[in-house]
Every structure is written in structure tokens, then in C-alpha cells.
Design a binder for this molecule. Structure first.
Ligand code: 5GP
Length: 190
């Protein structure tokens, strides 16, 4: 998606060879026009997949996921990051390792918001090692529902997440795929 790539080039801050900061339009301040275009792009790609719900992980995935859900005319479910384990039967949980914080959290979903007939589209802001996406997939699997697609705003293709999801044969659509980045420049896969 050209508009997104231009925005990353103009306003993204490369903190290290592994971490891109996009606080000015995605993670802290949010560009609503860009989010609307992102929602349109994901909805166009996944429109024939009979998606019943969009899932995302709090909090940075919410803006692009909400616009996608609006375009697809389905509810958005926000998976929660809990520090503690919930020991009752009303929730699905799985442990996820945070890429940016180097800690673990319990990704949590209320059983009220998923059923086995659901066809889920997972949307997230970044794909790095794939832990967050695999955690979301795990929760959907616990509910015996199906993951019909994964939409990623920014994929760092030099990290292993994409390959892991491809090996599991998920339909992954990333709007910007970064081949390589350094303090001097950022290269995309076309
Ligand atoms: P993964 O679980 O694929 O290793 O990492 C994905 C999650 O880590 C995303 O939900 C995102 O919040 C965070 N993340 C991974 N890489 C970056 C990055 O370069 N910049 C920012 N801002 N967040 C990232």
C-alpha cells in the first residue's frame, strides 16, 4: 500500500535494526484518514472469506481493526493482555511473549464473543516473531472456530513471524513488508 509506505518513510523512526517507531500515526497519535484507507484495503482483500468477526490485540491493533470491521460490517473483538491468569471457565487464555517489552502476558478472550461457527480475521499493527498472531490463533482454535485470514499493517519480513504463519498455511496479507532497515534507510518488498 503506497500511502502507508510513504508515511513510514516520512514519519517512521528507526530505533534499531529491529524496532520501528510509528507513534505519530499508528501507535500513539493516530491518523484517521490512513486508518480508513487501511480498513478499506483489508476489507477488499478479505471480502470473499465470509468473515464474521475481526479480532485484534489491545491496544495498537484497535484503530486499523475497527476500520476493517466497519468496512466488512462485522463486530470487532479486542483480545486483552492480562497480567494474571483467570481461573474460571468463562474465558480462553494463552501465554504470549511481548516483542517490545520482553515480558509475558495472558492473551484473554471471553467465551461470550466467539462461537464455533465464527470465521475470524485477525488484524495487528506489526508482525515480528509471530507470537501475538499465534496467540490469537490459539484462542480461536480453543473455541473450535476458524481463522480465515491475518491482516498485518507493517510486516518486518526479516523476522521469523511471516514464515511461521506461511508454514501453517494461513492467508496473510501485509500492507507494508519491510525487507531490511537500518538507521540510514528502509527497504520494502514490492
Ligand atoms: P510479534 O508477536 O509478531 O513478535 O510482535 C508483534 C507485536 O509486537 C505487535 O502487536 C506490536 O505491538 C509489537 N511490535 C513488534 N515489532 C514492533 C516494532 O518494530 N515497532 C512497534 N512499535 N511495535 C512492534
Amino acid at each position: 500500500m503506497e500511502l502507508l509506505k510513504e508515511k513510514i518513510k516520512k514519519d517512521g523512526i528507526i530505533l534499531s535494526e529491529n524496532i520501528l517507531k510509528v507513534d505519530s500515526f499508528l501507535n500513539h497519535q493516530v491518523d484517521p484518514f490512513l486508518m480508513k484507507e487501511i480498513g478499506f484495503e483489508f476489507a477488499k482483500y478479505f471480502k470473499n472469506k465470509k468473515i464474521t468477526k475481526v479480532f485484534t490485540i489491545e491496544s495498537s491493533g484497535i484503530a486499523p481493526a475497527l476500520m476493517t470491521a466497519l468496512e466488512l460490517n462485522v463486530p470487532l473483538v479486542i483480545l486483552k493482555k492480562q497480567t494474571s491468569q483467570i481461573l474460571n471457565n468463562d474465558f480462553y487464555q494463552t501465554k504470549v511473549k511481548s516483542f517490545t517489552k520482553n515480558t509475558e502476558y495472558n492473551l484473554t478472550l471471553s467465551k461470550k464473543y466467539i462461537s464455533e461457527n465464527d470465521s475470524i480475521l485477525i488484524i495487528d499493527d506489526f508482525l515480528a516473531n509471530g507470537e501475538a498472531s499465534l496467540g490469537a490463533i490459539n484462542l480461536v482454535n480453543q473455541a473450535n472456530a476458524s481463522v480465515s485470514g491475518i491482516g498485518i499493517v507493517i510486516e518486518k519480513s526479516f523476522q521469523p513471524g511471516r514464515q511461521k504463519l506461511d508454514l501453517l498455511r494461513y492467508d496473510v496479507y501485509s500492507l507494508a513488508r519491510i525487507k531490511h532497515m537500518s538507521k540510514e534507510k528502509i527497504e520494502f518488498i514490492d
